[in-house]
Design a protein around this ligand. Structure first.
Ligand code: KIV
Ligand code: ZN
Length: 385
């Protein structure tokens, strides 16, 4: 049996930081329940110190959801941690996620501190959080641009202080897959007590690398991935859950499995997009409108002969009823015939050739050819039959 990969969803925290995507408590509960049905292991429900509304949402989600661990974010500040713990009061399984910046940029310019002081503050935060919950996750913010020896040191110290999960964010989406994988490998190889904690990936998508970096992290020993539905999140977004889950499902060489009910992926994507008023780009992997649409003649012919000629995922596996064969000026005869057959008009040979030529003339002047257009094109043959 392969290792379990823990799916940590931060749609309601990092995802909800996107301008214009804010949800009210009731909407957050709806999303949290959909995430629970999807099989998510940990829901990061919010950042309770940030506003009374966020506090209330974490509290209400804790009451409304039973299976996943409910996680609340805090800075490495006692007041934040106390408020996070209070918000988690009703959680059946609660986790506090605390941490601090670890890159030279963050240490010098954001926190105006020193490496020694950052370790002291990180360790103190973990110890303080342990007073409230057993499950404490530490985030090493901007780990992607940190100095490797310093990262190993702080991770060793926070694990000694009781951190059960250590999160290694590529906060600025800067790293390449090889670099991010090497950071995780270096922690695995150089931190003596690393096996006492789970290593988590948390990647941002500024260079479009979030999914690739996350997978590289898993291949090098990370066993929790922090993701959002549709990849929403700060700036260019976070790692997209559906991409990671399906990449793992498609590639048996990645030695992990998830408990995600993949058949619920599409409906969850639609729900989040609708509630957050955030459209999904049509060519988005797995959940975009065109993810299972075939429009060129060569592809259509291939997919109609055998689905796997051009599809690596059965759309049903992610909750999409079926692939679509879209009719455009690039479509071939096989696609046209497929649509005509569905209308009950079975044309062959010369008749099909004639209709196909008329179809191409129409398709050159019109983007979408629908049922009504097809019925007009074949009207003559329908009358005759
Ligand atoms: O990107 C990041 O570093 C974060 C942390 C707060 C976990 O979101
Ligand atoms: Zn983040």
């Amino acid at each position: 049996m392969s290792d379990k990969l823990w799916i940590f969803d931060t749609t309601l925290r990092d995802g909800e930081q996107v301008p214009g995507c804010q949800l009210n408590t009731q909407e957050k509960i709806i999303v949290a329940q959909a995430l629970e049905a999807l099989g998510v292991d940990i829901i990061e429900a919010g950042f309770p110190i940030s506003s009374p509304g966020d506090f209330n949402s974490v509290q209400e989600i804790s009451k409304a959801v039973s299976n996943p661990i409910i996680c609340a974010l805090s800075r490495a500040v006692e007041k934040d941690i106390e408020v996070a713990a209070a918000a988690l009061k009703y959680a059946k399984k609660g986790r506090i996620h605390t941490g601090i910046g670890v890159s030279p940029y963050h240490i010098q310019y954001k926190l105006r501190s020193t490496p020694e002081d950052i370790i002291r503050r990180g360790v103190a935060a973990v110890k303080f959080a342990k007073r409230f919950v057993d499950d404490v996750e530490f985030y090493a913010e901007d780990a992607g641009r940190s100095e490797p020896d310093f990262l190993c040191k702080i991770i060793e110290e926070v694990i000694k202080a009781g951190a059960t999960v250590v999160n290694i964010p590529d906060t600025t989406g800067y790293t390449l897959p090889e670099q991010y994988g090497a950071i995780i490998a270096s922690l695995k190889n150089n931190v003596p007590n690393i096996d006492k904690a789970i290593i988590a990936t948390h990647c941002h998508n500024d260079l479009g690398m979030a999914t690739a970096n996350t997978i590289a992290g898993v291949q090098n020993g990370a066993r929790q991935v922090e993701v959002t539905i549709n990849g929403i999140g700060e700036r260019a977004g976070n790692t997209s859950m559906e991409e990671v889950v399906m990449a793992i499902k498609c590639h048996k060489s990645i030695p992990v499995h998830t408990d995600i009910v993949t058949q619920r992926i599409y409906q969850t994507s639609r729900l989040v997009s609708k509630l957050m008023n955030m459209p999904v780009q049509p060519n988005k992997a797995i959940v975009g409108r065109n993810a299972f649409a075939h429009s060129s003649g060569i592809h259509q012919d291939g997919v109609l002969k055998h689905r796997e000629n051009y599809e690596i995922i059965d759309p049903k596996e992610v909750g999409v009823e079926e692939s679509s064969i879209v009719l455009t000026a690039r479509s071939g005869r096989a696609a046209l015939k497929h649509h005509l057959d569905a209308l009950g008009v079975e044309l062959e040979g010369e008749e099909l050739r004639e209709v196909y030529e008329a179809f191409l003339v129409l398709a050159d002047s019109k983007r979408d050819i629908g049922r009504k257009d097809l019925l007009e094109l074949v009207g003559k043959y329908m009358d005759e039959s």
